[in-house]
Design a protein around this ligand. Structure first.
Ligand code: KG4
Ligand code: ZN
Length: 334
C-alpha cells in the first residue's frame, strides 16, 4: 500500500495544533501550542483572544509539524481539519488554513468532528486496538457513551443532559480559587484529600444519559454555606469527594453499558481521560470483569491534531471528503 500522509489541523478551543500522520497509525509529528497561560488570568477561555492567537500561531505550528516529521508540504496527500464542535472564531482559523492549503496543493480536505477525534487518539496510543468497542468520551464540553461498531460506524448510547463532566470540574475549581483549567488542579488536590469526607448526591438519570449540573450545584452550595457560616472547609476533602462522585457515576454507567451491549473493550477519551482517579477506577473495574481497557497517553488525551489526522485518515478510506464550502459548526454533536 502506498504511504498516505495526512496533515491534521486543530483550533477548536485554546490549543493551536498540527500533526503529520503516515497511514492510520504512524505519528510523524504532533505539535501543540497551548494558550492556557494567556487565558489563565481571566479564569477561562476568552473566545476573541483565542481566535487572534490562533491566527498568529497557525502557520508556524504547521511549519513546525512538517519540519519535525521531515516532510515537505508538497508531499502531504490530504488535510484533516476540525470543523466542530468548538468556538466559532477559533474553528474558522484552522478551517481557513486547511481550505487554502488543500486548494493550493490540489489535495483532498477531510472535515473532522472533534469528539470523534478524541476517540481516535486511542488508535495512536494502542496500535493493536480495533473496533468494536465501547467508548466513554469526557471532555470540557461533552460527556458521552458511544458504541464504536466500526471505524466509520458508531451509535450514541447516551450523553449529558446538562453540564459536561469537565465543565463541572472547571466550575468547582474556579469557585475554590484554583487556576484554569480546573480539572488537573482538582485531580492534584484530591490526592491529598479524603474522598469519603463529604457525601454528594448521585443523579437519577435513566439509561446511559448523564447529568452533572445537580452535583455541581451541590458542591457549590456546600462551599457557599460553609463560607457564609464562617466554617473551615478542607478543600482537598471536597475536591476528593466531588471527584469520587463523578468517577463513580462515569464508571457505573460505562460498565453497565459494556455488559448490556456485550462489548468487552472499554476505551476512554477526551481531556478528562487524563484524570488519574477515573483511569485507575476504570482500569481496576475492567480487570475484575475481564474487559480490556484502553486510554490515550496524556499528551493525546487533551486537544491535539494527531487525533484529528487519525480520524480524517479513516474517513478518507470511505472517500468522505469535504469541499471549499466547508464551514464551522460550533455546536456539532456526535
Ligand atoms: O478534551 P479537552 O482537552 O477539550 C475539550 O474538547 O473540551 O478537555 C478539556 C477538559 C477541561 O474541562 C479540563 O479541566 C479537563 O479536560 N481535564 C481534566 C484533567 N485534565 C484535563 N479533568 C480532570 N482531571 C484531569 N487530570
Ligand atoms: Zn477536546
Amino acid at each position: 500500500m502506498d504511504k498516505i500522509l495526512t496533515l491534521g489541523i486543530e483550533t477548536s478551543c485554546d490549543e493551536t495544533a498540527a500533526a503529520v500522520l503516515c497511514n492510520g497509525r504512524e505519528l510523524l509529528s504532533n505539535v501543540i501550542s497551548t494558550q492556557i497561560p494567556l487565558h489563565q488570568k481571566f479564569g477561562g477561555v476568552v473566545p476573541e483572544i483565542a481566535s487572534r492567537k490562533h491566527i498568529v500561531n497557525i502557520m508556524p505550528v504547521i511549519d513546525e509539524a512538517l519540519t519535525k516529521a521531515g516532510v515537505e508540504l508538497g508531499e502531504i496527500n490530504q488535510i484533516a481539519v476540525t470543523f466542530g464542535p468548538g468556538l466559532a472564531g477559533a474553528l474558522l482559523v484552522g478551517l481557513s488554513a486547511a481550505k487554502s492549503l488543500a486548494y493550493a496543493l490540489k489535495i483532498p480536505l477531510v472535515a473532522v468532528n472533534h469528539l470523534e477525534g478524541h476517540i481516535f487518539a486511542n488508535f495512536l496510543s494502542a496500535p493493536e486496538l480495533e473496533p468494536p468497542f465501547l467508548s466513554l468520551v469526557v471532555s470540557g464540553g461533552h460527556t458521552a457513551l458511544i458504541n464504536m461498531i466500526d471505524y466509520n460506524r458508531f451509535e450514541l448510547l447516551g450523553q449529558s443532559r446538562d453540564d459536561a463532566a469537565g465543565e463541572a470540574f472547571d466550575k468547582i475549581a474556579r469557585v475554590m480559587g484554583l487556576p484554569y483549567p480546573g480539572g488537573p488542579e482538582i485531580d492534584k488536590l484530591a490526592k491529598i484529600g479524603d474522598a469519603t469526607a463529604v457525601t454528594f448526591p448521585h443523579p437519577k438519570v435513566d439509561g446511559y444519559d448523564f447529568s452533572f449540573s445537580g452535583l455541581k450545584s451541590a458542591v457549590l452550595n456546600f462551599l457557599n454555606t460553609a463560607q457564609m457560616k464562617g466554617e473551615f472547609v478542607n478543600v482537598a476533602d471536597v475536591a476528593a469527594s466531588f471527584q469520587k462522585t463523578v468517577v463513580d457515576i462515569l464508571a457505573e454507567k460505562t460498565l453497565s453499558a459494556a455488559e448490556k451491549f456485550k462489548l468487552n473493550k472499554i476505551v476512554l477519551a477526551g481531556g478528562v481521560a487524563a484524570n488519574s482517579s477515573l483511569e485507575k477506577t476504570l482500569r481496576e473495574a475492567c480487570q475484575r470483569r475481564g474487559f480490556e481497557f484502553f486510554y490515550p497517553s496524556k499528551i493525546l488525551c487533551t486537544d491535539n491534531a494527531a487525533m484529528i489526522a487519525c480520524r480524517g485518515y479513516y474517513q478518507s478510506l470511505e472517500k468522505n471528503f469535504a469541499n471549499s464550502t466547508l464551514n464551522a459548526v460550533p455546536n456539532l454533536g456526535l
